[in-house]
Design a protein around this ligand. Structure first.
Ligand SMILES: [Zn+2]
Length: 271
């Protein structure tokens, strides 16, 4: 079993947000059956709590090679996300260089690159999500998809054929990383140190784990956008949280001039 890596990504605080989305009953929720938000794992509660309903999240690619391979997946993913959330996700035709820090990343933009072993580890992709320290909304992200999935037919099945399973797993890997980009964490059971126990997730009646389970879950018998009902509950909560007040312990802490961190989590291991 391969190690799970975490890295830090940071976002700079800019100006104070005018308050104004605290009205509905109850408070924000960060965890449920088969889903959890990345912010639920930070001691301070900082991190992505919600999707900004007033934003348009723009997906784009780091270069033409990444676009050529990946646009095929992210256009349907963007459409699906828009439909499910009511928040606009769009794919831009203009490539952008991959950010190296949240403090200099373009707002509400998800830049996707294609690299061989971006984590230096076989079969692992990676996402660095950023959050807006003014209100803990999803700020944007950059994603590095592992090029090996495409370079080696049968990467997931090991058969050398582009089977439904292989294609489904490629879809799931992309959807999994997009899930991280908007704030979803692995819903796995964790050990006493908070490290995920691989594959240790709830299953539905068909036997599928949440797509956000680590290593990637989701159905493997169909291709396309495969988020499960577990993942969808988390995605919908990211929207609901936007108009709910944060619990007292998870109030955004504005740190003027001082970047805050959010844990970025990796995707799929190949074995
Ligand atoms: Zn992951």
């Amino acid at each position: 079993m391969r190690k799970v890596f975490t890295t830090l990504a940071a976002v700079a605080a800019a100006t104070l947000l005018t308050a104004g989305h605290a009205s509905a009953a109850g408070t924000q929720v960060y965890k449920g059956t088969g889903w959890q938000l990345e912010s639920s794992m930070t001691a301070s509660g900082d991190g992505i709590h919600s999707l900004n309903k007033n934003a348009t999240y723009t997906i784009t690619f780091a270069d033409s090679a990444a676009r050529k391979t990946l646009e095929y997946y992210y256009k349907p993913l963007a459409d699906w996300m828009t439909k499910q959330t009511g928040v606009k996700f769009t794919v831009s035709a203009t490539n952008l260089p991959e950010p190296t820090a949240c403090s200099t990343a373009p707002i509400h933009t998800i830049v996707i690159g294609l690299k061989t072993r971006p984590m230096k580890d076989k079969g692992m992709s990676h996402t660095s999500p950023c959050y807006d320290t003014r209100d803990d909304t999803a700020y944007g992200a950059w994603i590095d998809m592992d090029k090996e999935y495409w370079d080696h037919p049968g990467w997931f099945s090991g058969t050398g054929k582009n089977t439904t399973l292989d294609f489904a797993m490629i879809w799931n890997a992309n959807a999994h990383e997009l899930g991280h980009a908007i704030g979803l964490d692995h819903p796995n059971t964790r050990d006493s140190k908070g490290v995920v126990k691989p594959f240790d997730c709830v299953k539905n009646s068909a036997g599928w784990r949440p797509l956000m389970c680590s290593p990637n879950g989701g159905p493997t018998n169909k291709t396309g956008v495969n988020y499960t009902a577990y993942d969808i509950a988390g995605i919908k909560q990211l929207v609901a949280n936007y108009t709910l007040p944060a619990p007292a312990k998870a109030k955004p802490k504005v740190k003027a001039g001082q970047p805050a961190g959010v844990t970025a989590l990796p995707a799929r291991v190949s074995d």
